[in-house]
Write a protein that binds this ligand. Structure first.
Ligand code: GLV
Length: 316
């Protein structure tokens, strides 16, 4: 694929490692990092949380690749400045590209820790108390996964394979073996009813912002566990603190936050029943991602359809 100009727009300083992998995957293309003031032509832009300026006026652009699974930041930019990306230029997200196994590990670790009461035993250990607690059985421990896309589906499947009773919820109907699937707003209450664990892997859209709130928590089994690996804005933080205080929720494992990095004075840091991880549940793997992007560029150059094209109306 000679004569392709690829623009890489990342906010942080890991541009060099991306360039290495992109050059390896696209040896004939010219890959350059975007710098403010760069107005030169580009065929493809690879972006993560880009400023509008990076996309403005790029008439030769054939597609924009989002260097992550969640496209909320790019879509928020396009909502404010729709001219940045005409409708015929596809926005393409990474799907899986090595993220799914990491999500599976993260969720299994969190669910199993809770099932086997590790956080409670940690508290007992600190108090030097030898106190066996009642056991729990995976088969009667019901886990619900919100979002059955490229990440939610393998997570739900792995939980089912471990013997958990698993439910899944998505906007449009899905079939995932061994998982009881629910679809649409009307089925949300039935999906939530009495869940012992809720895993959020939804995309962030206008419909899902603030979905993890007190009304939702009230439908779960008392003492339920929340795992949020979607976006911080899915969660109403005050409602979580209240639900933990009342015992409606026993434990929360959070990887994403309204404000990242989580501010030093945030109450989540010191909460005994909140586990905080710094947005690491699934890191974007450079090599896998570069390969996926290169394969898709090759197809686009031949006029073929590609996976991962974002539906800008549904928001994912
Ligand atoms: C990370 O949060 C991603 O969307 O890939």
């Amino acid at each position: 694929m000679p004569d392709l100009d690829i623009l890489l727009c990342l906010p942080d300083d890991d541009t060099a490692s991306w360039i290495d992998e992109l050059v390896r995957a696209l040896p004939a293309a010219r890959v350059r990092p975007w710098r403010p003031g760069d107005r030169a032509a580009a065929d493809y832009a690879l972006v993560w949380r880009p400023p509008g300026e990076a996309l403005a006026g790029r008439r030769r652009l054939k597609a924009v690749f989002n260097l992550g699974a969640g496209v909320d930041a790019v879509l928020a930019l396009l909502a404010a400045q729709p001219d940045l990306l005409p409708p015929h230029v596809p926005l393409i997200k990474l799907d899986d590209a090595g993220m799914a196994p990491q999500m599976v590990q993260y969720v299994l670790a969190a669910v199993l820790r809770h099932l086997r009461r590790f956080p409670e035993y940690a508290a007992l250990q600190r108090a030097r108390r030898w106190q066996p607690l009642p056991g729990r059985d995976a088969g009667t421990h019901t886990v619900g996964v919100m979002g059955l896309g490229a990440l939610g589906t393998p997570v739900a499947t792995a939980l089912a394979q471990l013997g958990f009773a698993v439910r899944g919820w998505s906007r449009s109907p899905r079939a995932v073996g061994q998982v009881a699937c629910f679809a649409g707003q009307d089925a949300l209450t039935d999906f939530l009813d009495g869940l012992d664990v809720l895993v959020n892997l939804l995309p962030l859209t206008a419909q899902t912002t603030g979905i993890l709130d007190r009304t939702l928590f009230a439908r779960l089994a008392p003492g339920a566990q929340l795992i949020n690996i979607g976006r911080g804005a899915h969660l109403v933080e005050e409602d979580l603190l209240q639900a933990l205080a009342s015992g409606q929720l026993a434990q929360a494992t959070l990887d994403v936050f309204r404000q990242e990095p989580l501010p030093p004075d945030h109450p989540f840091w010191e909460h005994p029943r909140i586990e905080v991880t710094p947005h690491v549940a699934a890191l974007t793997l450079r090599r896998e991602s570069a390969r996926q992007i290169a394969a898709r560029i090759a197809r686009l150059e031949r006029g073929l359809p590609v996976d991962g094209v974002v539906d800008r109306t549904s928001g994912y």
